[in-house]
Design a protein around this ligand. Structure first.
Ligand SMILES: Cc1cc2nc3c(=O)[nH]c(=O)nc-3n(C[C@H](O)[C@H](O)[C@H](O)COP(=O)(O)OP(=O)(O)OC[C@H]3O[C@@H](n4cnc5c(N)ncnc54)[C@H](O)[C@@H]3O)c2cc1C
Length: 411
């Protein structure tokens, strides 16, 4: 049986570093499965401040949605989550008067949607509230150092507090301090592209349709939100971003219109765009002594397929399963066996998706005529092959080879 918490000595079974969506979801999954039999601490300097308002939205695939249903938090966000019922893909330039649709993924009225657009602030608040209510112990300070001995691992926080655990889960994002302290290198590259994100209002309803227009500078995605609103992710060369962000609201809206089109009527800009540099980075290992890397701490990928957080949530489900299985048998939750199970479950799967997103971005972020002809032929062929489209939808929904939580089963 796992050890009990001794908060005065600050000794826990699992210490989660980082309270983004991945960190709080992991902490919640562990407490939901084992309750008082497993003690969980979570440290993040952001806990000292009121929750940050980002106004962003992510596509959450069907499998993580099932996990949130199982963990009992989906109800808190369902009302503001917009189902993606179908999707069209075009290969176009801003000056093209019409955009031939090369590929469609039509929704099946009887089936559940393959993804939902979820407002990030809602999801973050829901998992944070549920995790704290389940007994996760918060520390509002960042990790500075970590030392490991055969019995456990000791984390020193910036405010001088020491927290000890059998396992540390590094959910501290793309610039993970714990990953650096463990000497784990990231393999990958920057794309020289940024994702410009904004919320757009429109006159006509989107009917739950997502659109991805492949432009020479990269994909321009239109993703349906509740009400007559959509979230856009406009991939642009990073050297052009300062110019784009310096435009006033009318000018930027005119640029967005050229890419968005007017099929949904007049557009309005509902918030100022923000830009996020894009890269591909995968950690050489996902584990070290009593340490597991989770979410962006382990991998960062291009948002072309909207899979970054979805893959982070697969990490969460896999690690929660390995830890719960060990704890139920009374075994050490930070043992080499638990970490090996996690590494085997997650790294090859992540590398597979990293290759897919990288290839798609290289193939579609250019304007070379021969490449355009080949990719358009490829898209047209896929469009005529229903079995292949079903396979893509299953993959995007995350329906295969999944940990229990993602199948909608309890741990
Ligand atoms: C333009 C764009 C669009 C995207 N769209 C999608 C999408 O549609 N679907 C999708 O699945 N993904 C998408 N992603 C990816 C998604 O944004 C990330 O994968 C996700 O936010 C990562 O979550 P995380 O919890 O792993 O890390 P983060 O959200 O980065 O959280 C890390 C946390 O760790 C804390 N922290 C940092 N340092 C320390 C420390 N030393 N000690 C303790 N705590 C620390 C931070 O305060 C923070 O709270 C997109 C990304 C971009 C750039």
């Amino acid at each position: 049986m796992a050890r009990r918490a001794d908060i005065s000595n600050r000794r826990f079974d699992v210490v989660v570093a980082g309270g983004g969506i991945a960190g709080f979801t992991l902490a919640l999954a562990l407490k939901s499965a084992l309750g008082g039999r497993l003690s969980v601490a979570l440290c993040d300097p952001a806990l000292a401040a009121p929750a940050r308002i980002t106004r962003r939205a992510y596509a959450i695939a069907a499998a993580p949605r099932r996990m949130y249903e199982t963990l009992g938090v989906w109800d808190a966000i369902a009302e503001t989550a917009e189902p993606i019922r179908d999707m069209i893909i075009t290969d176009s330039r801003t000056e093209d008067p019409v955009r031939p649709v090369f590929l469609t993924f039509l929704g099946d009225a009887d089936a559940s949607p393959f993804a939902h657009m979820v407002e990030t602030d809602r999801l973050t608040a829901a998992v944070r509230e549920a995790a704290l209510a389940a007994g996760v112990v918060p520390f509002a300070s960042p990790v500075r150092r970590r030392e490991t001995d055969p019995d456990g691992t000791r984390v020193r926080l910036q405010d001088g507090t020491e927290v000890t655990g059998s396992l540390v889960a590094a959910c501290d994002g793309a610039k993970s301090r714990l990953r650096d302290l463990a000497g784990i290198p990231m393999i990958g590259w920057d794309y020289g592209q940024s994702g410009i994100v904004a919320t757009i209002g429109h006159e006509r309803p989107h009917e739950g349709r997502a659109e991805e227009h492949f432009m020479p500078s990269g994909p321009f995605a239109i993703l349906p939100l509740t009400g007559d609103r959509s979230s856009i992710v406009w991939t642009e060369r990073t050297d052009r971003v300062p110019m784009v962000l310096s435009l006033d609201d009318d000018e930027i809206l005119a640029e967005i219109e050229k890419r968005f089109g007017l099929h949904l009527g007049r557009l309005t800009l509902l918030d100022r765009p923000t830009a996020h540099p894009l890269s591909l980075k995968v950690a050489r290992r996902f584990t070290a002594d009593r340490l597991a890397l989770v979410g962006d701490a382990a991998h960062v990928m291009h948002p072309i397929a909207g899979q970054g957080l979805n893959y982070g949530l697969r990490d969460v489900a896999a690690l929660a399963e390995a830890v719960t299985d060990a704890a139920s048998l009374g075994l050490d939750v930070g043992s080499a066996e638990v970490l090996e199970t996690y590494e085997r479950a997650r790294r090859p799967d992540t590398i597979g998706m990293a290759v897919v997103t990288d290839t798609l971005n290289r193939l579609f972020s250019n304007d070379l005529l021969p490449v355009r002809l080949i990719r358009d032929l490829g898209l047209g062929l896929v469009d005529r092959m229903p079995f292949l489209k079903r396979r893509f939808i299953r993959e995007a929904a995350g329906s295969e080879g999944l940990p229990r939580l993602m199948q909608g089963l309890p741990l």
